[in-house]
Design a protein around this ligand. Structure first.
Ligand code: NDP
Length: 309
């Protein structure tokens, strides 16, 4: 067991975490960042990022996160692989425990733990996860070259996954549970223009078929109650995310979905010295650029807190 004392501990390594790290370490604060179980965050499982300002030709998500990390390192952030497993915010002395046996005493903590993909929670989905069921087209799309696949969801993530897959596979069945898409208009237009994508409105997957690999789906129409069996090889679930905030639930105020509540125009939580940034507290915008912006706010709030306490 080792004890570490730092000014700022940042938990998470997406755009929010690394931006907080750049600002905090550049301000001369000793800054430690734990990467968590998905180093680089959700952008490492995306393809082209076209809407982050400063990249006129777009950039691949994983590449962008390597740049973020290098920039944080340049200003002296200590970056560790590993997870913060539990926290103790019961006294003014904020304590975090890592999975590599370190106890970290921090003057201030910036939470940037992001969010993780949601699943349909049907038995066949769990059984066939990794055997044709995936939540990441960029990671797994390659395995379905020239095959038929389904994408579930009607948001921007589902639209992105469907468009990405359409470049590789034979056909994409886009399974949407309502008669409208939640995705932005530009993405909806791209989907509707794409010959390889077949939209199924008011549709839900009842069962994913197959023993050791995906062989098809039973899809039902929630208006007509018709059930359709479709033969295909892959199912990509893209129905949103849950915030990764479980370890803080005994101490921090959260909403009913687990998003950390912060004060208006601030990253302050209900615990002094603890600040929440990015998707762990933002259920509305959830963009790389807004996460980076809130990471910056978190570092400025932490800096102010440390100099006043
Ligand atoms: P969203 O919450 O926006 O969309 C989730 C979609 O999944 C909705 O169509 C929803 O249906 C559907 N859904 C939810 N639960 C189920 C279920 N159990 N069964 C079937 N369908 C379900 O999540 P996204 O991940 O798509 O996007 C999150 C945020 O990230 C958004 O703000 C989005 O704009 C942003 N984003 C932006 C991108 C970009 O700009 N390039 C790329 C990706 C995401 P319903 O509408 O009925 O609730």
């Amino acid at each position: 067991m080792k004890n570490l004392d730092v000014d700022v501990l940042i938990i998470g390594s997406g755009p929010a975490g690394y931006t907080a790290a750049i600002y905090a370490s550049r301000a001369g604060l000793s800054t430690l960042l734990y990467k968590g179980d998905q180093p680089g965050g959700q952008l490492t499982i995306t393809s082209d990022v076209e809407n982050y300002p400063g990249y006129p030709n777009g950039i691949m998500g994983p590449e962008m996160m390597i740049d973020f990390e290098k920039q944080a390192e340049r200003f002296g952030t200590i970056i560790k692989n590993g997870m913060i497993k539990s926290v103790d915010f019961s006294t003014k002395n904020l304590i975090c425990f890592s999975d590599d046996g370190e106890t970290i005493n921090a003057k201030s903590i910036i939470i940037s733990t992001g969010a993780s993909a949601k699943w349909l929670n049907i038995d066949s989905e769990q059984r066939l996860n990794g055997k044709g069921v995936s939540a990441c087209a960029v990671c797994d799309g390659f395995f379905f070259k020239n095959q038929d696949v389904a994408v579930v969801g009607g948001g921007d993530t589902a639209a992105e996954e469907a468009l990405y897959l359409s470049k590789l596979v034979n056909k994409v069945y886009l399974v949407i549970r309502r008669d409208v898409m939640r995705a932005s208009v530009i993405m909806q237009n791209r989907i509707k223009k794409n010959d390889k994508i077949e939209i199924h409105w008011n549709s839900e997957i009842d069962e994913i078929l197959g023993e050791n690999s995906v062989e098809g789906i039973n899809m039902f129409n929630n208006k007509t109650k018709d059930i359709k069996k479709i033969k295909l090889k892959g199912v990509f679930v893209a129905i949103g995310h849950n915030p990764n905030t479980e370890i803080f639930k005994d101490y921090l105020k959260m909403d009913d979905k687990g998003y950390i509540v912060t004060e208006p125009d601030s990253t302050k939580t209900n615990v002094s010295g603890v600040f929440a940034t990015g998707d762990a507290q933002d259920k509305i915008y959830r963009q790389a650029v807004t996460a980076a912006g809130s990471g910056c706010m978190g570092a400025l709030d932490a800096e102010r807190y440390i100099s006043n306490n």
